[in-house]
Design a protein around this ligand. Structure first.
Ligand SMILES: Nc1nc2c(ncn2[C@@H]2O[C@H](COP(=O)(O)OP(=O)(O)OP(=O)(O)O)[C@@H](O)[C@H]2O)c(=O)[nH]1
Ligand SMILES: [Mg+2]
Length: 260
């Protein structure tokens, strides 16, 4: 491959979204990649994937692979595998739910542990979601800022519902990973990029997301990498039942017969 061909290829970054159930991770990924929002909560089982291509200052095309990890996976055996190798991590909590903020300590420890043997450490951002519900805020801004300062995290506040600062949130993390500085004008422009929200579209579910990824992927020539991560996910999720059945079979058949 010639130098110019190599340069024209997109950079690919793996970003993971972690945090408690119902903090709004899927809503953020959906807002970012499809400019849609659904009011109804549909728990993510295991994980889901989204793809979005953005252009950073300097005309640099970047494809973001967003791994949306279900809140119920904390403590599960697959979690560190999902997080391993991520270049960016978004620690998401709900500003109206103090417990979701307190639990970030556990999520953060897990992220550090998953990457402790990796040479490159991910860029991590603390993301307070649901700022459209400012009047119901229970997590003080001070607390949020302190956590960022103590741990060297990028501080962000967003609303998946209105789209406020959602594009900027992902863009800032991608830019930081690639060592690109966003100027004030670029930040201001990105802040309102996905606003005003189009709330008429509802949560689309995996089928619609696949459809979207399909059309985007064809356009961008990204289908192979998408298929690859879908295969990986299907393999991981399809892993547990056969093992469990095998164990059951083994424990039943393996019992010594007292008559022998
Ligand atoms: N008002 C408001 N509601 C939001 C916002 N983001 C998400 N929600 C709602 O919060 C609920 C949970 O959102 P999800 O995105 O499904 O949460 P999640 O973090 O993916 O949850 P798990 O899949 O269980 O880990 C849904 O009812 C969303 O409509 C927001 O910015 N503002
Ligand atoms: Mg979810």
């Amino acid at each position: 491959m010639s130098d110019s061909e190599e340069e024209s290829q997109d950079r690919q970054l793996k970003l993971v979204l972690v945090g408690d159930g119902a903090s709004g991770k899927t809503s953020l990924a959906t807002r970012f990649s499809q400019e849609a929002f659904g009011k109804q909560y549909k728990q993510t089982i295991g994980l889901d994937f989204f793809l979005k291509r953005i252009t950073l200052p300097g005309n640099l095309n970047v494809t973001l692979q967003v791994w949306d990890i279900g809140g119920q996976t904390l403590g599960g055996k697959m979690l560190d595998k999902y997080v391993y190798g991520a270049q960016g991590v978004l620690l998401v909590y709900d500003i109206t739910n103090s417990q979701s903020f307190e639990n970030l300590e556990d999520w953060y420890s897990m992220v550090k542990k998953a990457n402790e043997e990796s040479d490159v450490q991910p860029v991590i951002s603390l993301v307070g979601n649901k700022i459209d519900l400012e009047h119901m805020r229970t997590v003080k801004v001070d607390k949020h800022q302190r956590f960022c300062q103590e741990n060297g995290l990028i501080s962000q506040f967003v609303s998946a519902k209105t789209g406020d600062s959602v594009f900027l949130c992902f863009q800032r993390v991608a830019a930081e990973i690639l060592g690109i500085k966003l100027n004030k004008a670029e930040i201001e422009q990105s802040q309102s990029l996905l606003k005003p929200g189009d709330d008429s579209r509802s949560h689309t579910g995996r089928a619609r997301r696949r459809e979207w990824i399909h059309s985007q992927g064809q356009q961008d020539g990204e289908m192979e990498s998408q298929r690859q991560i879908e295969r990986e996910r299907d393999r991981e999720i399809g892993y547990t039942p056969p093992l469990f059945l095998f164990f059951l079979l083994f424990s039943t058949c393996g019992k010594p017969n007292p008559k022998n």
